[in-house]
Write a protein that binds this ligand. Structure first.
Ligand SMILES: [Zn+2]
Length: 256
C-alpha cells in the first residue's frame, strides 16, 4: 500500500467510525472472511469443502437422514477446523464495538460460534452453530467435544447426532429471518465484514439497509459486487487488521 493509499484508508476508517457513532442503531453482517484468520477456510473457496464434496450428496438434510455415517465423513472435517478455533482480532473488535454501544446485533452466515466467544452478545445465526450437536430422536444436546470420543458421535440413546447447523433443504430459522429484516430496515449503519453477501438470505440485507438510508461500510480483502452497488465506505484489507483500527477510531469519537 502506498503512503497515499494508507492516508486514504485512515481517513475512511475515521469516516466509518463517524457513521457508526452518529447512527442510533448499527448492525453487522459477517461471513467466512472474518473467520479465515482463525484458521477456518471458506468452504466455497477453491480447494474448499464444496469443491471436494458434492453439496447435495453430503450437505442436504435428506442425505443426513438417509446416511448419517457417510455425511459425518464431511462433517468431521468441518468439526476439526471449528472445534479448537479461537476468535481473532476481528471477532474481538466487533465485540468491543458492541460494548461501546455502537453495535446492536451481528447477523452471521458462519457456524463457528466465534462472535459469541469474541464478546458479542446479540448474534443472529442464519446457518446455525456447529459447537453443539443434537439428537433427532430424543432431543438431547451435546458439545462439539463429543466428536473427539467417537466418530460418528452418538447419543446415549444410540442415535447418531446432528450438528446444530442448517443443512441444505432445511429452513433458515424464521425468527432469524424476521429479526434480521427488521434490523436491516431500521438501522442507520451496516457493517459488512468478510462477505460478498451473495447467498440468500444474506444477499438481501445490504439492499434493505441501503433503502432504509443506512450508511454501508464494507470491509473485505477485495472489492465485491456490493462495493459498487451499495457500499458507501470501502475499507480494503483483512478483517483482523481493519476492525481493530475501526474500534480505535470509534472509541476516540465516543470518548469525546
Ligand atoms: Zn438421543
Amino acid at each position: 500500500m502506498t503512503a497515499k493509499e494508507t492516508k486514504k484508508l485512515e481517513a475512511n476508517i475515521k469516516e466509518a467510525a463517524k457513521v457508526l457513532s452518529q447512527s442510533a442503531l448499527n448492525v453487522a453482517l459477517t461471513g467466512a472472511g472474518i473467520s479465515v484468520e482463525s484458521g477456518i477456510p471458506d468452504f466455497r473457496s477453491p480447494g474448499g469443502l464444496w469443491e471436494r464434496y458434492d453439496i447435495m450428496e453430503y450437505g442436504s438434510i435428506s442425505a443426513f437422514r438417509n446416511n448419517p455415517e457417510k455425511v459425518w465423513k464431511m462433517l468431521a472435517e468441518i468439526g476439526d477446523t471449528i472445534k479448537d478455533a479461537k476468535p481473532n482480532r476481528a471477532h474481538k473488535g466487533v465485540g468491543q464495538i458492541e460494548q461501546i454501544g455502537l453495535l446492536h446485533t451481528v447477523i452471521t452466515q458462519n457456524i463457528d460460534n466465534l462472535h459469541q466467544e469474541g464478546g458479542t452478545t446479540n448474534v443472529i445465526e442464519y446457518h446455525g452453530n456447529f459447537k453443539t450437536l443434537s439428537c433427532l430422536a430424543c432431543a438431547r444436546t451435546y458439545g462439539i467435544e463429543k466428536v473427539d470420543s467417537e466418530m460418528p458421535p452418538k447419543c446415549t440413546c444410540g442415535e447418531i447426532l446432528k450438528p446444530d447447523i442448517i443443512f441444505f433443504g432445511e429452513a433458515i430459522p424464521p425468527e432469524a429471518l424476521r429479526d434480521s429484516y427488521e434490523l436491516a430496515s431500521s438501522c442507520g449503519g451496516l457493517l459488512v465484514i468478510g462477505t460478498s453477501a451473495q447467498v440468500t438470505p444474506a444477499n438481501t440485507i445490504p439492499g434493505i439497509a441501503k433503502q432504509a438510508g443506512a450508511g454501508i461500510i464494507e470491509i473485505n480483502v477485495e472489492p465485491t459486487h456490493l462495493t459498487t452497488l451499495v457500499t458507501d465506505i470501502f475499507l480494503p484489507g483483512k478483517a483482523g487488521e481493519i476492525v481493530p483500527k475501526l474500534v480505535d477510531a470509534a472509541k476516540e469519537l465516543v470518548s469525546q
